[in-house]
Design a protein around this ligand. Structure first.
Ligand code: HEM
Length: 590
């Protein structure tokens, strides 16, 4: 292509001066990204496409064709940014330079996005803590700018600060307690499609979070929980009766998921789901679970969410589920209260909130209740039954306790004995310790301009984010010893009870030092933004376990490999599970 005539009339810069101009612009671009962290696509286009486009005119006089000038300008611009970013991230000037961590994590958060795509990020974090200690530098948010003008190359630009993972009980309270840090940026990616109304769990402004959490707190008071017994009892009875009818081996994990989903739909919208009866005919459970891997990637690169939601057809399944919930919420509101369910409190039917949530907020939080409340309890219950079948002695002890409090004919739906059932509570807690459904913890972020935060012995600089890694903390021998990786509910009992049950065979543990640090047990997270549904979760799990054990006998189906359970457990922020083929046989006649 011929060079335009105007070139003769200009006073062109030498190639060297023009190159310096492009390099300087590249460095300035890195500075802008580093300082202001622009996330909207228009800013990205301006910084990554428009500016080098304009700079092309500076290099143009030194080249024989426009194409060459364009290619060289963009290459030089991106190369400068790339080198500048790499040098900064690996340099001692980086705010988190003093914290150890693998080089790929320091360079790009895409590394973690890639590592986590197979659902094993909890194992990866755990291995990093074993190698580097209680604090690990995890990564850097990055942006890939696809150069769509020539679509030839891409570059990565810094978009935000680094992230730290802690395996230290001393970091829990300062990070997540009051006044700790608010929720971190990973929610911006995970919930990118929620542009106007966001669910409680993703609210990053502490004041707004506190306002929205108020009705939730009332919804899980002791009095409110008592009121849920009827709704829960109906679903538990239906579930256990369905199990009693199964003559063939069943996938217990799947049936438990259907039960928890139906129950949470009752709680959130007064019904609307009959998954246990009809199966997952609308593919809802499958859709929610299949969206989790991508959601996790977006948590690692939150800015990508802004692009992702713009793609045609994206999130259609989730939108379908949300609009279904919206319809249910509208119906539930028009019908008024049949019973005091979760919706009753969230919509503030009693009119006690000074600043009640809007209808849109309630509908959004209803979706959250179903998603946050069903998957988590389902995973815990499934892991618990897997652990019982894997450990026959434990199973018999729990069965004996259930038989003691709920002999045949006794109403197993009554919660009256739950607080006395030490072994039941030990089994539930031991399951949550080994298999916390949120395996890698919930991120917190230090807001810019507030000077950072001291989290125990560590400093989280402003703009950085951090989380406590639950899986590593729960399996740390400094918190739980002996045999921290083994399912051993007796560790939760008093020394006398523990002694009376004896220790696991052939382990000679009597003389091993005993450590049981409950401050390091945080499956429901910690502080003012922890799991607000914790008490409901305990009530639901205890009730259904008692009735299942009272009425049924469980054993692994022929050919099942018990080792596959942990292998198939995947960390997509909430854990997903594999199959649990089980043979059921009734114990008592009703
Ligand atoms: C074994 C069962 C459960 C576990 C282990 C669990 C765990 C968690 C965790 C780790 C968080 C993140 C908290 C944070 O950001 O620090 C959370 C948040 C939340 N969970 Fe649960 N959860 C369970 C069951 C439930 C149930 C039954 C509900 C009932 C609706 C529920 C509702 C919520 C809500 C609404 C939030 C957001 C709280 C907030 O941001 O203020 N969860 N849960």
């Amino acid at each position: 292509m011929p060079i335009p005539q105007t070139r003769e009339s200009m006073h062109p810069l030498s190639l060297q001066d023009a190159s310096i101009a492009v390099v300087s612009a590249g460095l300035a671009c890195h500075l802008v990204f580093n300082r202001y962290e622009p996330v909207d696509p228009h800013s990205h286009a301006a910084l990554l496409v428009f500016i080098p486009g304009v700079l092309t005119t500076v290099l143009l006089p030194s080249f024989s064709s426009v194409i060459h000038a364009v290619v060289c300008t963009y290459l030089l611009y991106y190369f400068t940014i790339l080198i500048s970013v790499l040098a900064y991230r690996l340099s001692p000037f980086h705010p988190l330079a003093k914290y150890p961590g693998p080089i790929p994590c320091r360079i790009s958060k895409f590394w973690m996005a890639w590592i986590s795509s197979d659902g094993k990020q909890h194992k990866y974090y755990s291995s990093l803590h074993q190698k580097h200690g209680d604090v690990v530098r995890i990564g850097k948010y990055t942006i890939i700018a696809f150069l769509y003008i020539s679509s030839i190359f891409l570059t990565r630009i810094t978009l935000g600060p680094n992230e730290l993972s802690f395996r230290d009980v001393n970091a829990i309270a300062p990070l997540m307690g009051y006044p700790g840090l608010p929720k971190g940026p990973h929610w911006d990616g995970r919930m990118a499609e929620q542009t106007t109304i966001r669910a409680l769990i993703s609210l990053r402004d502490p004041a707004e979070h506190a306002r929205r959490r108020k009705p939730w707190t009332r919804a899980f008071s002791s009095a409110a929980l008592k009121g849920y017994e009827e709704i829960l009892g109906k679903r538990v009875l239906e579930f256990v009766t369905a199990l009693e009818r199964q003559a063939e081996p069943v996938n217990l994990a799947e049936l438990i998921s259907h039960f928890t989903f139906d129950f949470m739909s009752d709680m959130a919208f007064g019904g609307g789901s009959e998954m246990l009866r009809d199966g997952d005919k609308d593919n809802t459970w499958h859709l929610l679970e299949s969206g989790l891997p991508l959601a996790l990637i977006l948590t690692h690169v939150p800015w990508l969410g802004k692009y992702y939601v713009k793609l045609p057809g994206i999130g259609a399944d989730l939108k379908k589920f949300r609009s279904f919930c919206q319809e249910r919420a509208t119906l539930r509101r028009s019908q008024g209260s049949q019973s005091k369910d979760l919706f009753h409190y969230l919509i503030d039917e009693e009119g006690v909130e000074r600043s009640p949530p809007t209808f849109g907020e309630v509908a959004s939080d209803g979706v959250l209740a179903i998603v946050a409340g069903s998957d988590t309890t389902a995973t815990t219950l499934s892991s618990l039954f897997w652990a019982l079948m894997e450990n026959p002695a434990t199973y018999r002890r729990l069965q004996a306790e259930v038989d003691h409090y709920y002999p045949p004919g006794e109403d197993a739906l009554s919660t009256a004995h739950h607080s006395q059932m030490n072994y039941l509570n030990a089994v539930v807690n031991e399951t949550l310790r080994l298999f916390p459904p949120v395996l890698s913890g919930s991120q917190r972020g230090a807001p810019k301009g507030r000077g950072g935060k001291l989290a125990g012995p560590y400093f989280v600089p402003e703009g950085a984010s951090a989380f406590v890694h639950f899986y590593s903390l729960h399996r740390d021998p400094r918190n739980f010893s002996p045999i921290p990786d083994v399912f051993w509910p007796e560790r939760w009992l008093s020394p006398e009870e523990r002694q009376s049950f004896g220790y696991p065979d052939s382990k000679n543990l009597e003389k091993a030092p005993f450590v049981h640090n409950t401050a390091a047990f945080v499956p429901f997270s910690f502080g003012p933004a922890n799991c607000v549904g914790k008490n409901l979760a305990y009530q639901e799990m205890r009730t259904v376990i008692c009735m299942m054990i009272q009425r049924l006998e469980f054993r692994f189906a022929e050919g099942y490999d018990p080792e596959s359970w942990e292998r198939d457990l995947k960390d997509y922020f909430v854990a997903t599970k594999g199959k649990l083929p089980v043979v059921l046989s009734p114990r008592i006649s009703k």
